[in-house]
Design a protein around this ligand. Sequence first.
Ligand code: NAD
Length: 399
Amino acid sequence: MSLMNRRSFIAGTLSAAAAAGGAGDLGAQSASAQKDKYRVAIIGCGRMGQYYADVYKALPDTEIVAIAEWNDERRKVVGERYGVKALFKDVNALLKEVVPDLAAVITPSKFMKDAVIACAQAGVKGVSTDKPMAAKLSDADEMVDVCVKRKVVFAGGNLQRALPTVQEAARRLRTGVYGKLAGAAVHGFGGEISGGGCQHISVLRLLTRAEVAEVVAWGSPPEALAKDTDEGLIINGRFRMTSGLECQVFGTPTPARGVDVWTERALVRWDWGAPTIFEGTDAKGARKQIDAKYPPFAWSHIIEKAGLRPEDIYLVASIRSFIEAVRTGSELWISGADLRQALEVAIACRLSAQLGNLPVRLPLKDRSLVLFPRPYRWVGGDVTGRVQSAEEAAGRKKE
Ligand SMILES: NC(=O)c1ccc[n+]([C@@H]2O[C@H](COP(=O)([O-])OP(=O)(O)OC[C@H]3O[C@@H](n4cnc5c(N)ncnc54)[C@H](O)[C@@H]3O)[C@@H](O)[C@H]2O)c1
């Protein structure tokens, strides 16, 4: 088969698989036929939790059966907004009364570990969380381990790695459509290398199909490097992947702000949103962007039904991949283990920079290492002075 034919064959096979209800459609064919809906609990129903609730409410095969929300006034309004009567202050009170099929833990990060573990131990089929999942590596380990031991699907959350177009680009790289991998770069790895940087690390690992094996990093400014939070820390450096691939790390935008992975003849650029693909060169010898021809995503209509923005499609995809993993055991598009790897890489970068750019190997031996996200992520809006009003929580006013 010629190269061009091989390429169009693979692209055609992928869209045919999506149309026929293959991996790409994430259960679209079976959802309408399903009689029993997945019973979902939302744990932590602030700004982000409400996005999840909007999606779960709009899906045909899920039903929100319970909410745990710490803030009394918000609990009441979100209950009314989503038509949920089983309302609880925290996860333990909820699990005493209801064991859902799926639990979405979207509390501030500080409370995620206890909630994920409580859900897994109570016997849910799947639990999801969001970013960052923890500050301490051993906490992230415990979350992953309990879910593995209890055979509970442990999903990540609203991360761009779950964009169908990112998954499709990764599939093409994996199947060799663009040739052999030759290099990678991370751009704009700074500001919050854990809280936001986990987006980069999750996409990099997916597109290269490899783990970060070694990190060499330089960190600035010195006052940010001395802190135990990721606030304001800019990391420049280099990753060596388990495949031997080298990855340059730029702390500030170049102006790209995402992840580049290039092959013998193509460049896949994830710069937030659908990756752009460059293949061949133009008359000046510069890289030429081609039409990526991404296949349609079977769940796109949920965006409008849930009242979300088109760019929020990765939350829908992340949730569909979670449901599909629970239903069929398929691979998650973003998992709790992915979030753990991202935290580990961020911690390794800070460590390497603090130790005078010493090469640091992963997995890290010291699992007691910690990197906190900024306070809003760690303890939430109510504690840090960005309180969500009852009016907004009721869905009547967008901030
Ligand atoms: N993936 C993304 O794009 C993205 C975007 C924003 C936030 N986040 C993450 O989502 C998490 C929540 O952020 P947010 O913007 O929704 O914050 P928020 O402050 O708006 O909401 C958090 C909610 O959790 C509730 N809560 C706190 N402790 C609780 C507990 N123990 N049990 C039950 N409920 C509890 C609070 O009352 C609040 O309503 C953070 O970890 C943040 O980093 C991710």
